[in-house]
Design a protein around this ligand. Sequence first.
Ligand SMILES: Nc1ncnc2c1ncn2[C@@H]1O[C@H](COP(=O)(O)O)[C@@H](O)[C@H]1OP(=O)(O)O
Ligand SMILES: [Mg+2]
Ligand SMILES: [Mg+2]
Ligand SMILES: [Mg+2]
Length: 378
Amino acid sequence: MTKSEAPYARERSIAIRAVLRASQLTSSVFDKLISASDSLTKSDKSPVTVGDFGAQAVVNSILATHFPDDPIVGEEDSSDLKTEEGKSIKEQVCRLAREALKGAATNCPGLSGQGVQKQEEEDLTEEKLLAAIDRGNHEGGAIGRMWALDPIDGTKGFLRGGQYAVCLAFIVDGVVQVGVMGCPNLPISPADPKPSGDKERDAQVDKSKLGTVYVAVRGQGAFQRTLHDETETRISMRSLSASKLSQASFCESVESGHSSHGTNARIAELLGIKNKSVRMDSQAKYASIARGDGDIYLRLPVGDGSYQEKIWDHASGLLLVEEAGGKVTDLRGQALNFGAGRTLRDNKGVVAAHWDVHGQVIEAVSKALMEEGRGSLL
Ligand SMILES: Nc1ncnc2c1ncn2[C@@H]1O[C@H](COP(=O)(O)O)[C@@H](O)[C@H]1OP(=O)(O)O
Ligand SMILES: [Mg+2]
Ligand SMILES: [Mg+2]
Ligand SMILES: [Mg+2]
């Protein structure tokens, strides 16, 4: 079977094109713009920047051109841009989105030519760009085609100059079929240093060695390419058996408010793991274990566990890890349900690990939560 005949080949190509363009936008926002006046605080107290809005406008415009009937579940909406406070951000968002959509054609397999470009450029008025952002307001659900978009996952990492990801997934009947993730600050070669937000240390990082894109289609494997070269290399998780589990390394959030560092530390202890956990913002954690830099991604709820994870925070990362040989479930070992709406309301927490050890990790998670008196989460 050639690539163009493979299931979801068109969705795959368009998703890569959209993520490349949005990643170019976010990189240029960071290089040129980011200052306090380029971001707002949302009603849930989380930050949102020119980059988040701009990337959502770019991805949604491209999806609207190529799949006009497909609904999109996207993180952002344009309401904050329509206020007096949001006016200057709105102007920047529109200028950047226009530049990104008009920019030189990105290297993207199966798509070229003026026709595609011209179609995309027709939608560049302010009104149309804001409407494109708001195409992301779909409620989700278990039936039919839809896209899930996090235009910048890990906005706090983005603002720090650390890790963030542009994450786009295609979902059919609640099952993720295509996942594409742009990680502009992740080193192409895992051996190279990655920016972490520490200004002094990050000054030593060679920027020409950063910028990866991950692509997975269900049943077709997981691949890494770079932002500038379309050559794809297959990736897979490090093999890990029960007897080698103590040599594993964990990935976890930088933010202790997003996932419980204390519980993770106890789980590592229960599994005999001595390696220090690697802290990183965003779904870059999924990419990192999918290509074998680390082995286990744990995201355990903080406090009473009332936070509902969002589908756009996990859809592309989950497929990447599954296609690289891993298993991704909630803390009870149940599959994540992407068909329950905008959130993973049927699930609590996330546990991603190689198939061969996932069961043991789940057992340790149960034990640690019981010890903490949080057995009600199980
Ligand atoms: N209270 C919370 N618990 C868990 N995740 C959260 C919480 N608040 C925001 N997030 C989301 O967690 C993700 C980042 O987590 P991580 O710590 O792994 O980088 C982001 O998607 C962030 O949204 P956002 O997309 O706005 O950055
Ligand atoms: Mg956000
Ligand atoms: Mg996110
Ligand atoms: Mg986001």
